[in-house]
Every structure is written in C-alpha cells, then in structure tokens.
Design a protein around this ligand. Structure first.
Ligand code: SF4
Length: 509
C-alpha cells in the first residue's frame, strides 16, 4: 500500500448532491454532470460505440451487470464496485442469482467522502490492499452511475500494482444502454491492455495446449457445446476453434488475439472488435445457424482465412447434409414473436424460420452493427419486422398485433403474454442458454418451441378456471371476497386531479 494517500477533490461534487438520480430518472442531469466532471471523452466514445435508439435508458437490468459478470467469470480476477448502495445491492444479488460464487468488492461512500474526493482515495486504498499477485492477475473497478457523474477519476489509478493489472471502467446506465454492451466495455478494456502487453514482449501461454491449426476466436458468451460444434464444422477447412471471448482467464486474452480470424457471433462487441482489428485480425459477422446461415458463415470464415473453395465446400457438405435431414424430419408449426436483450435474437430468429416457424417480429435491445447486418437483411427478405434498440412498448405492440401462438421475450413480455393466455418462453434463460449452432441447435430449438406451443390447452384450462381472479383491483392476498368501493376510487381520482391542476398552475405562474 502507498504511504501517503493524497486527497483528490472531485471535479464535480455537485453531481453527488442530486439525491434520487439514477436509471429511473434524471438521466439528463447525470449526463450533464458527468460531462462537467471531465467524463465527456468516455461518454462520447460510448455514444459512438453504442448508439442509442428508441429507448434511451435501460429497460432491463442495470447495464453494469454485464461488466460485473465478465469479471466474475474470470479466474484470478477480483471485481470492486463503486456506486450507490442500492445499485450495488441489486448487482450483487443478481450476480449471485446467476451463480457467481465469488465475493463482489464494494467501496461504500457517503456525501462527504464523495464530495471531498475521499471516495477515490478509499478505492485506491482498497485496490492496494487487494493487489496480491499470488492470488490475482487483475482487479476490475467499476464506477456506477453516481461516481461516474461525479467524476471519480479511476483513470488515475496505477495501471499495475505488484504485478496485478488494474482496470478501472465507467459503466453508467446513462452511457451504456444494455448489459450486453457493458460486457464489451470490460472485454474491450481487457483486450486493449493485453494487446499492449503482447506488443511489449513475451506473454504467458494459455493453460490449455493450443491447436497446431490456425484458430478462430469466438466473440460472445455461448452455450458450452456450441464451440465444440463449431470446431467440428470448421475442421475440414483445417481450422480450429480458439478462445471464446469474454475469456475465463487473463492469459487466454493473448491466445484470443493470436488468431487467424474472429467470429463476431454476438454482434455488439464494438470495442473488442476494434482491438482485434488493431491486431490485424479479420472479423466475420453472423453465425452458423440454420442452413442458409451455416452455408454463408462457413464461406465467410473460409474466405477470411484464405481457405480454398474446395475445402469450404467439403465443410459445407459435411454439416448441411445432416442439418437438412433434421429439418426434413421435424418442424415448428406456429406463429411466433421474439424479443430479447442478449444480442443473439437475430440468430435465434433465423433458426426459427429455418425450422419452419411463422416468425413475424424480432426485437433486440442491442443496436444494428456491421456484424448483424447480414442477419437483418436475411430476415427482412423473409418478411420479418426487425427492430433494433427495441423498447418494451414495441415488443408488446408486436405481440398484440401479430397474436402469436408463442411469445419469446423478456420478463415483462412473457408476463404480458401469460395474462393474454399466450404460451411464452423467457429468452435469456430458456432460449439463449441452449445450443444454437449447427445440427444440435436446430434439433434443440424445435423441441423446446413445439413443447411450449403445445401448452395452449393448459393455458385455456387455467384461464377458464381462474377467470379474472387476481387481476386489477383483486390482485394480492385476500382472506374474504374483495369488496369494491367505487366511491373511494372517485374521491382519490378527484384529489389527484386537483393536485395536477395545482401543479400546472404553479408551473405556469
Ligand atoms: S448503476 Fe445501474 S442500478 Fe444504479 S442507477 Fe445506474 S443504471 Fe440504475
């Protein structure tokens, strides 16, 4: 630990005094405060990397969860949060819900430590205390909304302490739109660091032996079987699957950079792609899903790696033959709407269509990028409405409009579908967490989707049994039959309207 802890006053302490600001309100004030606090550069970078859309504030979980999750999944990596206690509570709760099995560090603050700049010094002290090279390769410090808006200068932390790498990042909900893109914020920062190290001299080899063949780095979290399935597909082209990014250990970052080409399976890793391109690696979008998707992807990977057309054709024939027979023997019969915030929505949409589904709408909270442009074109050519940066309102409107037999979506979409007696599946847990690539992907998706569509009769039965019980005013636990009080309602409404009028008059006068 350093002997002297210099106090660094915050660039914009006033930001901290605006109590109650966060993802639910006050975005403009937070942005303004952050700009005044010297965070303009990082916010401009985020605005360019993660262009906003219809909804300009998160509608799903706190975006910082994406960065937190990437750090928590890595060996020999400690993660420290700097933010309001309520945000940290939510983030740690979610991380343990998803099986983090790791302590999340937290440097608490109060108005005084934030305003005087002592918070930064507390963070610095915590980092020095944690930096044990016996246990750690890296410490990640994440500034949440309030510390970012207040200008807590994580960039002033040392880049390395006792051989432990220090990575400080700002991940405010008012600058990073989704938790998917927050994964890219940390992954991009790590790749940048690792690339500088690799350029400066020899670096550690990965724990597992490397393939003698040129490798493809896979960009995006995916079902554990998917990389193996992809490895089989590209084998005839004399290529091997290398590292999956985000990685599980620091030294894998070097192996990821040392590839022949990068497959941007998930299309939102803009900062990470920038690092791969800086390392001279070609990047290929989309993924081997369905017959057309696999055909095109194998061709694009082969070309990026300079593989002969003959070998590309061998690889295509090997996979596509098996896939055709699966798709000929099983089909999805039903109208579907699909929405999610994981970034893999367009890939799932392609696969659903190739499996026979009548897909009308796909909404993704992620933006359009060069890496999903081909998927969007393919889907639009099939008459599917593709909505990037989809808002919850758009997802719900699509469900009302197309009246699907199955709604695949986020939690609120699934909840709304159930109320409407429409079978539904939660995208994050039930669709994106299963194999999607190649033959296995098609087989597994058909099974789960058909089972869900087949549940309509059970929904109808439940609806007929429960009727409107538990809806609207009758929601909650009642010991007796609820008694309606229309007179109370009338009085409450009258008082509400009176208050509204008074507020308006005050605003005008
Ligand atoms: S850190 Fe996350 S939970 Fe907290 S205010 Fe920002 S976006 Fe919301």
């Amino acid at each position: 630990m350093s002997d002297i802890i210099p106090i660094t006053p915050l660039p914009n302490p006033a930001a901290a005094s605006a109590d109650g600001l966060g993802c639910h309100s006050g975005k403009d004030q937070m942005l303004d405060a952050a700009a005044k606090a010297g965070k303009s550069e990082v916010l401009a970078k985020y605005a360019a990397d993660y262009p906003k859309g219809a909804h300009d504030q998160p509608q799903s979980m706190c975006p910082a969860f994406g960065s937190l999750r990437v750090g928590l999944r890595m060996r020999r990596t400690a993660t420290i949060l700097s933010g309001s206690a309520c945000c940290v509570y939510g983030l740690t709760f979610t991380s343990h819900f998803y099986g983090a099995r790791r302590t999340v560090g937290y440097v608490p603050f109060n108005s005084e430590t934030l305003v005087t700049g002592k918070l930064f010094e507390d963070i610095r002290e915590a980092v020095y205390e944690q930096a044990d090279p016996e246990k750690l390769d890296c410490i990640v410090i994440i500034n949440l909304c309030v510390p970012t808006a207040s200008g807590v200068p994580l960039q002033l932390l040392p880049k390395e302490i006792n051989g432990v790498r220090i990575i400080g990042i700002d991940v405010p909900g008012f600058g990073v739109p989704t938790h998917a893109e927050a994964k890219d914020v940390l992954t991009g920062a790590m790749l940048h660091y690792a690339r500088q190290e690799a350029m400066a001299g020899p670096v550690a080899a990965p724990r597992q032996a490397r393939s003698s063949k040129p490798t493809i780095t896979l960009l995006g979290e995916m079902f554990p079987a998917d990389p193996m399935i992809i490895a089989q597909m590209i084998g005839p082209m004399d290529l091997a699957v290398g590292t999956v990014v985000p990685t599980r250990e620091w030294r894998e970052l070097y192996a990821a950079l040392d590839c022949k080409a990068v497959a941007a399976i998930h299309p939102f890793y803009t900062a990470s792609v920038r690092e791969f391109q800086a390392a001279g690696r070609p990047v290929v979008g989309s993924a081997p899903v369905g017959i057309d998707g696999t055909h095109d992807w194998l061709g694009a990977i082969g070309q990026a790696c300079g593989v002969s057309q003959e070998k590309i054709d061998v690889a295509r024939n090997q996979t596509l033959g098996a896939m055709r027979s699966v798709l000929a023997s099983q089909k999805i019969n039903g109208r579907i709407t699909l929405s999610g915030y994981e970034g893999s929505e367009l890939l799932v949409a392609r696969l659903l269509i190739e499996c026979g589904a009548d897909l009308r709408y796909v909404g993704s909270a992620c933006p359009a990028t060069p890496w999903n442009a081909h998927d969007a074109e393919w889907l639009q050519a099939k008459g599917v409405h593709v909505q990037f940066r989809a808002s919850l309102e758009q997802d719900l409107a699509a469900m009302h409009e197309f009246k699907p037999q199955l709604a695949i979506g986020t939690t609120p979409v699934v909840q709304a579908a159930k109320e409407l007696c429409i079978p539904s599946l939660y995208f994050t847990n039930l669709i994106s967490a299963r194999p999607l690539m190649g033959v296995a992907g098609a087989g597994s998706l058909i099974q789960v989707v058909n089972a869900a569509i087949g549940n309509q009769a059970r929904f109808d039965e439940m609806k007929a049994f429960f009727g409107t019980v538990g809806q609207g005013d009758e929601a909650g636990v009642w010991e007796d039959v609820p008694v309606m009080h229309p007179d109370f309602k009338k009085e409450v409404r009258r008082q509400f309207e009176k208050k509204q009028k008074k507020r308006k008059a005050e605003e005008m006068g």
